[in-house]
Ligand binder design. Structure first.
Ligand SMILES: Cc1cc2nc3c(=O)[nH]c(=O)nc-3n(C[C@H](O)[C@H](O)[C@H](O)COP(=O)(O)OP(=O)(O)OC[C@H]3O[C@@H](n4cnc5c(N)ncnc54)[C@H](O)[C@@H]3O)c2cc1C
Ligand SMILES: NC(=O)c1ccc[n+]([C@@H]2O[C@H](COP(=O)([O-])OP(=O)(O)OC[C@H]3O[C@@H](n4cnc5c(N)ncnc54)[C@H](O)[C@@H]3O)[C@@H](O)[C@H]2O)c1
Length: 447
């Protein structure tokens, strides 16, 4: 019989959500154990946001150089994928160790192995050295999601997002299936390396949660960079060929490819926890939680990507939910109230949005001001080809929403997060001094 370890709280999953919960619970004086079965740090820093943006850094350096090719910069701007990958690995390879080090510094216990519930109060952890039984007063489930499978012939031959972010070589021909965040971001990266990229989109648009004008602009720019886009098309089969792979398209054509990437959404990891034994309900969207992120078992909470909440599944929201669960376990009684959630697609260029969407403004009787910022000093200086925004104002003249496209959209959007939170007006913005010239010093031009 295995020994039983007892804790105030056990956190399953060491991604942004689980780590945030564990740190705050420990800081509040609770005994805490974190259980992880794969890479300490979870998706975002190991095979998600951070490696993606590291690879994008090389792509951006190339784009910047290309933009100045007719304006005084003479350079060879070819990307060396293996070197770019090595630079990425230098950061990501140390991530699990650094995360574990932080847990040790915080004196948070940790177990390495897959966890599953034995009953409503007990967890079994399959550690390499043998099974461990954990009994905690409360549990936090933060096990995230994994890439969804593609149920087609040869679906198992496709590459998922984690594999793409560690590819040793970029093949000459790349097929990417999907029209969401990952498909667009990976198409932006792959085409910049010189690959022939085919983006196969099931519907008639990409990025359907984003402002359609800006999604169209991004699509056009990707096409200009050489991405072949197929709308209203599916890949019906992937097959092995002498030269690599081939992807059959629903309209009958076949594309030869060194790589077929599937970016067709993500599946919650809730199915691997024996949740039924703990009385925790879930569905295909994840674990069902109430407004306190409590599951159908009052001592078990769920947050981050695996929780079926009405917000985008991002590192920021996971982190916020992890911290919120820790507060609830420390006696906080209010329902979760999310702050503004900025969303960004890290393509070439980027699209970012926050607050009331311009497309929703008319219904609310709000005003939308549209700005073509391409010739503004900040963007002319950087030789950007297209920068634009739509800013939403309420009847009091306060900014309540913003959407933008451009190479620096992920930074500019944060000024709008602040402006909306502070209910900024033109007068208020002019009372502050920003370093000049900079993106922040442009703020007053939006009123
Ligand atoms: C390619 C890609 C790019 C992304 N880019 C961005 C971005 O730019 N910005 C952004 O905000 N978000 C981005 N995301 C989303 C972001 O990575 C996730 O929202 C975030 O990691 C969710 O955190 P989490 O802690 O809920 O889950 P995860 O980070 O997935 O962590 C869950 C952990 O639980 C572990 N686990 C699972 N099952 C068990 C078990 N039974 N026992 C023990 N451990 C278990 C897993 O191994 C994992 O380490 C991206 C995602 C992907 C895939
Ligand atoms: N920049 C960011 O913040 C960022 C980046 C990457 C991922 N993420 C997170 O990861 C999640 C997953 O990203 P994603 O791009 O895989 O998902 P997504 O939900 O953004 O897009 C999935 C796409 O695949 C299509 N699709 C679904 N099933 C299909 C099928 N069988 N055949 C063809 N197409 C199909 C959908 O129509 C959609 O276009 C995002 O929703 C987001 O939460 C965030």
């Amino acid at each position: 019989m295995e020994a039983t370890l007892n804790y105030d709280a056990a956190v399953i999953g060491a991604g942004p959500t689980g780590l945030a919960a564990a740190e705050d619970l420990k800081a509040a004086g609770k005994s805490v154990v974190v259980i992880e079965k794969y890479l300490w740090g979870g998706t975002c820093p190991n095979y998600g946001c951070d490696p993606k943006k590291l690879l994008l850094a090389g792509v951006e350096a190339r784009e910047n150089a290309l933009a100045f090719q007719n304006d005084g910069l003479i350079a060879d701007v070819t990307l060396d994928w293996p070197k770019l990958m090595a630079r990425k690995a230098k950061f990501t390879d140390t991530m699990p160790g650094r995360t574990l080090g932080s847990l040790d510094t915080a004196q948070i216990d940790h177990l390495y192995g897959q966890a599953e519930f034995l009953d409503e109060e007990t967890l079994l952890v399959h550690e390499e050295a043998g099974n461990v039984v954990v009994r905690a007063n409360d549990y936090v489930i933060a096990v995230g999601q994994r890439p969804a499978d593609l149920p087609i012939e040869g679906g198992e031959l496709t590459t998922d997002s984690e594999q793409f972010l560690s590819l040793p070589e970029m093949p000459k021909d790349v097929v990417i299936i999907g029209g969401g965040y990952i498909a667009v971001e990976f198409a932006s990266i792959a085409v910049a390396t010189g690959a022939n990229v085919h983006l196969v989109v099931r519907g008639d648009e990409i990025l359907k949660d984003f402002e359609s004008d800006f999604a169209d602009e991004l699509m056009e720019q990707l096409s200009d960079r050489g991405v072949h886009v197929y709308f209203n098309t599916t890949v019906t089969a992937v097959r092995k060929t002498d030269a690599g792979l081939s992807a059959e398209l629903s309209f009958g054509s076949t594309i030869p490819a060194g790589l077929v990437v599937r970016a067709v959404g993500r599946t919650p990891n809730s199915d691997l926890l024996a949740l039924d034994k703990a009385g925790v309900e879930s569905n295909q969207h994840g674990i069902i939680v109430d407004e306190h992120l409590r599951t159908s078992n009052p001592h078990i909470y769920a947050g981050g990507d695996v929780a079926n909440t009405p917000v985008p599944r991002l590192t920021t929201t996971g982190y916020f939910e992890g911290r919120y669960i820790a507060k609830v376990l420390n006696g906080h009684e209010e329902s979760i109230k999310y702050p503004l959630i900025p969303i960004t697609v890290f393509g070439t260029p980027k699209i970012a949005e926050v607050g009331v969407a311009p497309s929703a403004a008319e219904m609310l009787d709000y005003e939308v001001r549209t700005f073509d910022m391409t010739e503004w000093f900040s963007y002319y200086r950087a030789a950007e080809s297209k920068v634009a925004s739509k800013i939403v104002f309420n009847q009091a003249g306060e900014i309540v929403g913003a959407a933008m496209i451009g190479n620096h959209a992920e930074e500019l959007i944060n000024y709008f997060v602040d402006a909306i939170e502070r209910k900024d007006t033109y007068e208020a913005v002019r009372e502050r001094l920003y370093s000049y010239p900079s993106l922040a010093s442009d703020l007053e031009y939006f009123f």
